[in-house]
Design a protein around this ligand. Structure first.
Ligand code: DGT
Ligand code: CA
Ligand code: CA
Ligand code: ZN
Length: 581
């Protein structure tokens, strides 16, 4: 998906236009790019795929994308850059990517600061504000200067975190390479990655070996390494080509467990655990668990560390200091969903709408490569024109087609794989659906989702979802809050009310496994399962490789304390269909 790259460039063009030119037409031009960026950000189709399949005319049909902007998209798809963007950047040599995301300080202000103080980066901006050089400028004040510092603080918190799914493949590759390197006894990727957090600040790797220097040397010379930030006899700190930093720490094998525990975190979990150790007269650190006489009583394995603290083993995904230490000090068990527990996937798309593969191919891959027993084909409905949503007749035709495919599967192989007829029906502004119930009732299962009007008030937005849940044909609410990680917060929803209504109406809530979404978020998942809500963990695959995302959805579910029995697509297909409202 090149969409988000294009969004970024368009926002930068808009920003630079406002800096470079003063004539009144520029503001309209800048707005046009901004508007296009907004639309593209919310598109469910890939601009590159759309262009390659149906040419520039297809781009022109997208709302807010005029012919000039279509040409820019075409240029980007073909050359990976947009000359107009490069020209504007030359005229205004600031670090545009740092400023364009900043909320609260606009291009006009940055222009003045560039001209008067030669400020080209956020670091320089911060320095100038701290030194009081901004307050004294004409048109500025102490208050404005303070506000600039506040905005910088906020934008620092937002940036610099990587999506789990973006870094997952490279981390796995590095992990397996290190694990297989001669001399390595144990290798573990710890930190937030092991806890399956949606975003990762940096990567933490732990190794036990007798040959520390050799391994550190091997590590800093890996092809992915862009820059060595520091290294010592038993540690190294590097930055990879994609910008993410990696900490490597070599520890003795006899401390590998306590070190894994410590560096897996979270920090808050560690602090509570250490306090618990203290209350038992023990001392816990990365080297081990020690008694009053400073004798080590655990350290080689994590399990042993928790055991000696009278705790059951706490899965990494739960180590957030949210009550897990208390819970696992008791005898109660928590049969969390496991990474191998899903039998089916209840949100997948085919090339009948905005997916990229036929229904048959989606099914074959689900069965052969991912070991699933069933998938639901949830193509979009008609009001989602950008995704070529299906109308009533097209949906009815798809039901017939899936019937035939299922018959063929049965006769061609003796597998029990089943394709469920379904849809991702669009929830309209007023909470009604764009497909009548008599059609929806012909489907095996129905998911409903919001794809527009994201900025309604919380009350109105919640009522939209409530109305959809109350619809007797709707089984699941897909990606219930609409958030996009690092991009958009999601629309405002009264989660408690949504959970109440989901319970009353027997509506299932989705955990969308697409790593850009991971929607619901962990605390809402936990609230849902505590209130007896059933969940579905779906990939939202638009291509068979996307089934791999289910892993992230399961991680997210575990972070929300989800048990296997809470998840309907751990059931066999017949039991699943009986469970639905
Ligand atoms: P990140 O990198 O921001 O996504 O989050 P983490 O959890 O990976 O944090 P990181 O990389 O700063 O540190 C890795 C782990 O090391 C962290 O989860 C817990 C442990 N740790 C780091 N600093 C401290 C500390 O000051 N006290 C304690 N108890 N543990 C710490
Ligand atoms: Ca980390
Ligand atoms: Ca770290
Ligand atoms: Zn959707």
């Amino acid at each position: 998906m090149k969409n988000l790259e294009i969004v970024k460039i368009f926002r930068e063009i808009s920003y630079l236009l406002q800096m470079v030119e003063d004539d009144p037409n520029t503001i309209y031009k800048a707005r046009a790019y901004e508007k296009a960026a907004d639309v593209i950000e919310n598109l469910s189709i890939g601009l590159e795929e759309t262009y390659l399949k149906n040419g520039i005319e297809a781009l022109n049909k997208i709302p807010s994308i005029g012919s000039a902007i279509s040409l820019k998209i075409e240029e980007f798809v073909n050359s990976g850059k947009i000359d107009y963007h490069d020209e504007l950047k030359k005229k205004m040599p600031i670090r545009i990517s740092e400023f364009s995301n900043m909320r609260g300080i606009g291009p006009k202000t940055i222009k003045v600061l560039y001209e008067k103080l030669k400020i080209t980066s956020i670091d320089e901006l911060e320095k100038a504000a701290v030194e009081g050089r901004i307050a004294v400028l004409k048109g500025f004040s102490g208050v404005k200067e303070k506000n600039i510092l506040k905005v910088i603080q906020l934008s620092k918190q937002q940036t610099g975190r990587y999506l789990l799914g973006d870094v997952y493949p490279i981390i796995k590759k590095i992990e397996s390479r290190l694990t297989n390197e001669g001399g390595v006894i144990h290798c573990a990727v710890v930190g937030s990655f092991r806890r399956m957090k949606e975003t990762i600040g940096d990567i933490d790797i732990l190794i036990s070996t007798e040959e520390a220097e050799k391994i550190v040397n091997f590590f800093v010379n890996m092809p992915e390494v862009e820059e060595i930030k520091g290294s010592g006899r038993a540690k190294a700190f590097v930055e990879l080509r994609n910008g993410i930093r990696v900490d490597l720490l070599v520890v003795p094998e006899k401390s590998f467990g306590s070190a894994s525990q410590y560096f897996t975190g979270s920090k808050a979990h560690n602090i509570s655990l250490r306090n618990m150790a203290i209350s038992k007269g023990l001392h816990l650190n990365e080297w081990g668990l020690f008694n009053k006489k400073k004798k080590k009583i655990a350290g080689a394995s994590e399990k042993e560390v928790y055991e000696k603290l009278d705790l059951q083993y706490i899965p990494p995904e739960l180590r957030e200091d949210c009550g897990e230490i208390d819970f696992f000090s008791k005898k109660d068990t928590l049969p969390l969903i496991e990474y191998s527990d899903l039998r089916g996937d209840l949100q997948t798309h085919s090339n009948s709408t905005d997916g990229t593969m036929s229904i048959k191919d989606m099914a074959i891959h689900a069965r052969k490569k991912f070991g699933l027993d069933y998938i639901a084909i949830t193509d979009h409905t008609k009001s989602l024109r950008l995704a070529k949503g299906l109308d009533e007749n097209q949906l009815l035709n798809q039901i017939n087609k899936i019937g035939e495919l299922n018959d063929n599967i049965k006769s061609e192989s003796n597998t029990k794989f089943r394709i469920l007829t379904s849809t991702e029906v669009n929830i309209l502004r007023d909470g009604t659906l764009d497909m009548p119930n008599n059609i929806l009732d012909k489907l095996d299962i129905v998911g409903a989702a919001i794809h527009s009007n994201f900025s309604l008030s919380k009350d109105i937005q919640t009522e939209r979802l409530v109305k959809a849940a109350k619809n007797p044909s709707v089984d699941i609410l897909f990606h219930p809050t609409g958030r996009l990680l690092n991009k958009r917060e999601g629309y405002l929803v009264d989660i408690e009310r949504m959970i109440d209504i989901a319970y009353d109406t027997k509506t299932v809530l989705e955990i969308n496994s697409n790593y850009n979404r991971l929607d619901l978020r962990d605390e809402h998942i936990r609230m849902a399962v505590q209130n007896g809500i059933k969940l579905a963990i779906n990939s939202d695959a638009h291509h068979p490789v996307h089934y791999a995302y289910l892993l992230f959805g399961i991680g997210q579910a575990r972070r929300g304390w989800t048990k296997k029995i809470d998840v309907i697509n751990t059931l066999k297909v017949d039991s699943l269909l009986k469970e639905l409202k």
